[in-house]
Design a protein around this ligand. Sequence first.
Ligand SMILES: NC(=O)c1ccc[n+]([C@@H]2O[C@H](COP(=O)([O-])OP(=O)(O)OC[C@H]3O[C@@H](n4cnc5c(N)ncnc54)[C@H](OP(=O)(O)O)[C@@H]3O)[C@@H](O)[C@H]2O)c1
Length: 306
Amino acid sequence: MQVKFDSDMKVFAQIGDPLEHSCTSYIHNSMYALGNVNAVNFNVVIKKGELPQFVEAAKVMHLSGFGITMPHKTDIIPLLDECDEFSRIFNSVNHVKIENGRLIGKGMDGLGMRMAIEQAGISLQGKRILILGAGSVTGPIAAELCKRGVSAVTILNRTIDKAKIIADILRENFPALKTAFGAMTAEEMEHAAPQSDLVVQCTSLGMDGSCHDFESLHFVSLLPVDAAVADVIFLPRKTKLLLEAERLGHKVINGMGMLCNQQKAMMKFFLDVELPDSFYDDAEEALMIATAMREARHYRIERNGR
Ligand SMILES: NC(=O)c1ccc[n+]([C@@H]2O[C@H](COP(=O)([O-])OP(=O)(O)OC[C@H]3O[C@@H](n4cnc5c(N)ncnc54)[C@H](OP(=O)(O)O)[C@@H]3O)[C@@H](O)[C@H]2O)c1
């Protein structure tokens, strides 16, 4: 459906600061078209501290909802009327629906990763998970995997305290779960690897533009032969970790899967639309177009200074 720009059109915003790197509006608009919905999404830069005014404005303008990126994913929570349990516990909401003036929040990072893993044909029931990193995506991802009945979660992170906090929350909420945490050192990774059916890489290591990566990937060679490795990073398409895992014959899932599957969940949450099975190819294509447009913009700015 073409956007009609009439009074029936559903209007969504993508808010954050900065937004130059965000591909979300473009992808959401592509999904509305795929779902045959008369809706539009546009970027609005909202600075830290401006969120309460934005929320009031969104209600007055009868927005249907908004997507959220840095720095508002936590600050939005006290302003919500409703929020799912784990998004609140882990302070991470990236979608807000406005229904009859009520704000309903949901975090979809965890859901996106869980859907991507299952889409790759991996059953999570009873599996032992090794999670690398304990930043904002880790808790929601771990909780989604736990909801699917994984038996054990080990979280390793540079800052051990953050891994401990997440492990404690998981243990409280999933009493049958075995949990462990520690430092993300080569020794700890090598120690955990042989007992891990699935590794989920949740740090920013290996991301395009980051000068940091894993110093040693030896732990990958210690994984059981049928273990799989997932990564939150989608640029590059395959991190060195995924390339190494693939070279050793493991099934790999990149961050594209996490991002694309969030689109299906977003369409259901915002618009109650079930996207067709072909959604993944369209979401991936939209993401690639959006990142190419971003690169072109950077190139233009470099060339022209604006
Ligand atoms: N595919 C998707 O849909 C999707 C969605 C959201 C995010 N992401 C990606 O996920 C990644 C993590 O996002 P986030 O929001 O969780 O970030 P975050 O809260 O800033 O956490 C970053 C994580 O990376 C670790 N880290 C950073 N630099 C490190 C280094 N030099 N050595 C060791 N560990 C390091 C941090 O360890 P410390 O705790 O010790 O600082 C922390 O565990 C980002 O790359 C982001 O682009 C992907």
